[in-house]
Design a protein around this ligand. Structure first.
Ligand code: UTP
Length: 294
């Protein structure tokens, strides 16, 4: 087996225009799912997958992301005074599960550009990318782990995918892919296109929020021209990788929510709230009563 993958990058510098007006003051990656920010679910997923070092790509006005992963002496003193030592320990442990660093993307020039800011952090190793506004819950292995395993299986870059309706493919991307014989949910990918027109769609498999890539992606990103929306697209760089070396797509096991959209935010909250230890039962009762009024 190839060397273990220990590094992950979480791009979280985007403007989040779909989440205006709240995004003016609160980074969309910090919007809560019940009582925790979206970003913390990503960090937990990476840690559960065996990642030890995470780089979060941040931007102006997004300092709350750094504060969240720091100790907070004021809260700690207040909690200790109330005898809640265990909670203080728990909060400190959450900050220390993995090494987290931050770097600023000084201009929001697209996801591909954000990833290129991670070059010196990543060095010459394969690494995982968790898109900062895509939260994925899995009852089996964490999705990043599922992709890392596929990287070790085939030795190629891996994209986490799901079949999506045509209306969404045109907003995301389409992959040219063939099922890998003998595998349940792995595909060999030879091409891809960002935001295709309907006649350009190969398959309805779209990349949803997780990829594992070889370090060669940085050389490709360095020469990738702005694409859809005038931004440097990670998909365009992965397209070059797929066309030359090939890539793997894994139809992952997990439920994905787009926290960069209002609908995704609400769906993630309802899904988590009904399963929440503290409020789950009461919230379920509320929902059942509420549904009757619709
Ligand atoms: P999105 O395209 O969903 O983010 O990028 P966006 O540009 O903020 O979205 P809208 O359309 O304006 O609402 C996916 C991830 O990549 C990050 C985003 O923060 C998000 O987590 N990203 C995007 C960057 O880090 N830098 C960028 O220049 C663009």
């Amino acid at each position: 087996m190839s060397k273990p993958i220990t590094k992950a990058v979480i791009p979280a510098a985007g403007l989040g225009t779909r989440m205006l007006p709240i995004a003016r003051a609160v980074p969309k990656e910090m919007l809560p799912i019940v009582d925790r920010p979206a970003l913390s679910y990503l960090v937990e997923e990476a840690a559960d997958s065996g990642i030890t070092d995470i780089l979060i790509i941040t931007g102006r006005g997004k300092g709350a992301m750094e504060d969240y992963f720091d100790y907070n002496p004021e809260y700690e003193a207040a909690l200790l005074a109330r005898g809640r030592d265990a909670l203080v320990e728990e909060m400190r442990a959450a900050c220390n599960r993995v090494n987290i660093s931050f770097i600023r993307q000084k201009e929001t020039r697209g996801l591909g550009h954000a990833i290129s800011c991670a070059r010196s952090f990543v060095g010459n190793e394969p690494f995982a990318i968790l898109y900062g506004d895509d939260v994925i819950f899995s009852d089996t292995a964490p999705v990043t782990r599922q992709l890392m395993d596929a990287y070790h299986r085939y030795g190629l870059g891996v994209a986490g995918v799901k079949p999506v309706p045509e209306a969404l493919v045109t907003r995301y991307c389409s992959l040219k892919a063939e099922p890998i014989p003998g595998s349940h949910r792995d595909w060999h990918v030879t091409d891809m296109i960002e935001k295709p027109r309907p006649e350009q769609i190969w398959t309805n498999l779209s990349i949803l929020g997780r990829v594992v890539l070889p370090p060669e992606i940085f050389d490709i990103l360095a020469v990738t021209e702005p694409g859809a929306g005038g931004e440097i697209q990670l998909t365009d760089a992965m397209k070059a990788l797929a066309q030359t070396k090939g890539m793997t797509a894994v139809d992952f096991d997990g439920e994905r929510f787009d926290l960069g959209s209002k609908l995704g935010l609400m769906m993630a909250n309802v899904t988590r709230a009904v399963r929440h230890d503290e409020i789950g039962e009461e919230f379920k009762q509320f929902l059942q009563d509420f549904v009757k009024t619709l």
